[in-house]
Design a protein around this ligand. Structure first.
Ligand code: ZN
Ligand code: FE
Length: 253
């Protein structure tokens, strides 16, 4: 396969991702939660870092940019909002594309968690790096955007092929599963939640997930079907989504 993804834990619940274009040997780092850990992994793998691809400006996604650029001379690519934290070399937005050797990443606008949030999608390899937009059984909190913007972003991701491997930036899945079970009792969700709790007991990651799995079980993508459970019967899809998001924000589990 032309793109190899290496995933490793960073900070308390982030994942670091390094992706290598096998045709040229060039690597990209998707977000920079922890410079030290990322530089160590690069060293261990012997990969040459060409790019940092930022999804949004939050420090657990872009906080390692400067140290990693200094150590590797890589090019920093991201949405304009990253300059709130540190400089970037190339600003991208939805509709742009970024080449890593022969691998082509489409930039997808995915605002809502932050206004300028973007995702990177490699259609040839069926891989998407979605930052804090879509999580396994969850979605990012709306720190800056409104529900209609986030709903549109989630629909853009949901429109990708079912077998797309989705690399989410946090391991939040067990707590997301507890919330999901509080608003949905679909058998596919119940089965998946059991698998998730067992995987986490064994210390295994639940990332990556897939678009197909999320469409079938993620309560945020299923919001229109759950409207009755969250007091949003007869409302627009994005309002049902907003009600599920509000329920999650209040959930103590
Ligand atoms: Zn974030
Ligand atoms: Fe984050």
């Amino acid at each position: 396969m032309p793109l190899t993804v290496h995933q490793f834990p960073c900070l308390s619940d982030n994942y670091g991702f390094l992706a290598r274009d096998e045709a040229t040997g060039l690597a990209a780092c998707i977000d920079t939660p922890e410079a030290g850990a990322i530089l160590r992994e690069l060293d261990k793998l012997g990969w040459k870092l060409a790019l940092i691809l930022n999804t949004h400006w939050h420090p657990d996604h872009a906080g390692g940019n400067e140290e990693i650029k200094k150590a590797t001379g890589c090019t920093v690519v991201g949405p304009a909002e990253v300059t709130r934290l540190s400089p970037i070399d190339r600003e991208v937005r939805g509709g742009d594309h970024v080449m890593l050797g022969e691998t082509r990443f489409e930039v997808l606008e995915s605002g809502g968690h932050t206004l300028g949030h973007i995702a990177y999608y490699d259609a040839d390899d069926g891989v998407a790096f979605v930052g804090d937009t879509l999580f396994a059984l969850g979605c990012g909190r709306l720190f800056e955007g409104k529900p209609d913007q986030m709903w549109a972003s989630l629909q853009r991701l949901a429109a990708l092929p079912d077998d797309t491997r989705v690399y989410c930036a946090h391991e939040y899945t067990a707590s997301n599963a507890r919330f999901a079970l509080s608003v949905d009792d679909d058998p596919a969700l119940v089965r998946r939640a059991d698998e998730i709790f067992a995987a986490r007991e064994r210390g295994e990651p639940t990332v990556p997930t897939t678009i197909g799995l999320e469409k079938a079980t993620n309560p945020f993508l299923r919001a229109p079907l759950l409207a009755g459970r969250v007091g949003a019967s007869g409302k627009a899809d994005y309002e049902a989504f907003a009600a599920v998001r509000a329920a999650k924000d209040m959930f103590k589990g």
